[in-house]
Design a protein around this ligand. Structure first.
Ligand code: 5GP
Ligand code: ZN
Length: 131
């Protein structure tokens, strides 16, 4: 047997790709606990672990998309659905005085978790501009 083939045989398969190490994929899969706010076939919404407002909900696609920049043409309906879901949750949470929806994308955007997510924040007046 060639060395390369043998080393392949002996090397354990390690799932270290972006999806397998993604904390939001694990939350969607129920492997990391979260406080569910809403869910359907394509989206999952849960309470942010470090809320920056009285209501702070994260809305994520079940599918792993690393960031808004990584969204493809075939994700257009899904992107619209996520925004629609933010509106529905805001209504459900009683945010009648208003709210903010934020998508941080990439390093300069302040994104810290590389799975596309919408922040829905409300329950207090927001300031502008954000930092
Ligand atoms: P970003 O900075 O990427 O826009 O937002 C990531 C958000 O995910 C932060 O607001 C952070 O508090 C939240 N977060 C990070 N890890 C977890 C977690 O394990 N569970 C929950 N519920 N939220 C998380
Ligand atoms: Zn993911």
């Amino acid at each position: 047997m060639e060395d390369r083939a043998r080393s392949h045989e002996l090397t354990p398969v390690l799932y270290t790709g972006p999806v397998m190490s993604c904390i939001f994929c694990k939350i969607v899969a129920g492997e990391i606990p979260s406080k569910a706010i809403y869910q359907d076939d394509s989206a999952y919404a849960f309470a942010d672990i470090g809320p920056k407002a009285p209501v702070h909900v994260l809305i994520v696609p079940r599918e792993h998309i690393a960031s808004l920049s990584e969204a493809a043409e075939n994700h257009r309906d899904l992107l619209g659905h996520l925004l629609w879901t933010a509106k529905e949750i805001a209504h459900q949470q009683g945010l009648t005085k208003g709210y903010r929806v934020v998508v941080n994308s990439g390093e300069d955007g302040g994104q810290t978790v590389d799975h596309l997510h919408l922040h829905l924040m409300g329950g207090r007046p927001m300031t502008w501009p954000p930092g």
